[in-house]
Design a binder for this molecule. Sequence first.
Ligand code: PMT
Length: 393
Amino acid sequence: MKHVLLGISGGIAAYKSAELVRLLMRHGYIVRVVMTQAATQFITPLTFQALSGHPVHTRLLDESQENAMGHINLARWADIFLIAPASANCIAKFSHGLADDLLSTLYLAAECPVYIAPAMNQAMWHKAVTQENIKRLTQHGIMFIGPEAGSQACGETGLGRMTEPEAIVQYFTALHAAGILQGKKILITAGPTREALDPVRYISNRSSGKMGYALAEQAQLLGAEVTLISGPVQLPAINNVKIHLVESAADMHAAVMRHIAEQDVMIAAAAVADYTPDSVQPEKIKKQGEQTELNLQRTQDIVANVASLSNKPFTVGFAAETQNLEHYALDKLQRKNLDMIAANWVGQSQGGFDSDLNALHVYWHNGEKAFKMTDKTQLAKQLLTLIVERLNA
Ligand code: PMT
């Protein structure tokens, strides 16, 4: 069951949030409510306490409520943070990182997906500064539901009405009910490649495949039809995931191209060799002298080739970096024509190659989001949720 933290800011649409709580609960969500002082002028906390079955939080420094559930705990408790209605003032505070009341402080503390259902006068909605704030929050990965057009409480007509509670609840149930990737086809590459030098030796890297396999498993659990193209790894097969085992970068390229048609998403988590020996010696290479040279040639860039297809899927690359993470990741995003890139530090004591843990900084055009160090299963869920949000955006 999902925990929804519902933030209510001051505006006449606050009355709609009573119905929203009722509908969310009817669909199995557990709801806790936070109200700004202005919101309490429009509708009483008691209404929401009665509907949600939990005390309503209204003040940042409220000793009784801090004891019951402090603001950090409240932020941690939430699986979804929904602000409905969100006033222009509340959006402006979020956009500028102000934390002068409970709602804005919770926004800063929340690490779960944040959804905003704005409600305001149409002129306030169209004001350049409001639009700049919305653009900024969108770039930080915040999702907006609405607003809708129509007649407004102030007597004007235009864009700014809060989306109706039924439509908001439908949005969430569609997102969660069938699995957020239901009906989607996803191709994932994982693991290292091996570039043969002779019958017994190869060039490779330290990728274990754990990141790519975690993505494949979680995508399948979220309802996707998953095709996994895997380099040589020591990991068990995954239920309901088609795995195609490959060895070299050329094999991986061929397998990806064979399966890419009709994919909705490609995630390139594999650590593919950038260079491969000019030729594979048919016999074991013999020792000769103190030094030797290898002639290498560039491999094909698999993810870039996918991203150049005319009917390309939503293409997500990874960037493994030991320095200048952001600079190199953005360069790859641009150069390879990707929709998104998940950058990770590698070569450090924790995370990256051959570790159960990882942290990611994800970039897309005009947006970014950081995921803290955690196990790769958890991280896979977070990345897939973000991919779905960007696909739907
Ligand atoms: O496998 P694990 O041990 O769990 O480790 C996970 C990981 C560190 C390998 C993974 O999180 C990761 O970062 N994978 C990408 C590693 C990499 O090769 O990064 P890159 O910056 O060199 O390549 C950029 C992107 O281009 C990647 O999406 C890569 O898959 C892709 N690429 C690179 C070369 C090539 N010839 N074809 C490609 O598709």
